[in-house]
Design a protein around this ligand. Sequence first.
Ligand code: NI
Length: 173
Amino acid sequence: MTRTILTYPNSILAATSTRVEDITEEIRTLAQEMAETMYKEDGIGLAAPQVGENIRLVTVDISGPSKREDLRILVNPEIIEKRGTTESEEGCLSVVGYRAKVKRSAWAGIKALDLEGNPVEFEADELMAICLQHEIDHLNGVLFIDHISRLKRTLYDRKVGKWLRNKHRDAKK
Ligand code: NI
């Protein structure tokens, strides 16, 4: 089953997510549904708040969106070390119709649990490092548009405001 992706400015996306204390059957099902949703939407990463659950769970597959060969499901992921800087254009399934350049660390040391509850630790660089920083941001209520200039953000907010007003108007017709 796939899930509906929430979009900005939904308040769930701005909330801090809570740690997973117990990897229950419910969590495993959610992880499966998140992976299916990420693939269906041609994403390379998805965080639980994007499907309406404020818990610290992410799915990532940077072999995508055309391939589906490197699925990683991370519970309570944390960045334990960062190095260097890089800048690349980012988009987000929850931020409709917008992409922008974002500065990130070029390298990150990551700590998490897998779905069996085993601790995993690995190093990420390039796209993997960027993607994980983006997804972990989601768990802290942060979107990539929170990293852009105030001017760019204002322009995007105006665009979203216009869409919302049009949607509201169309709904009343
Ligand atoms: Ni995103």
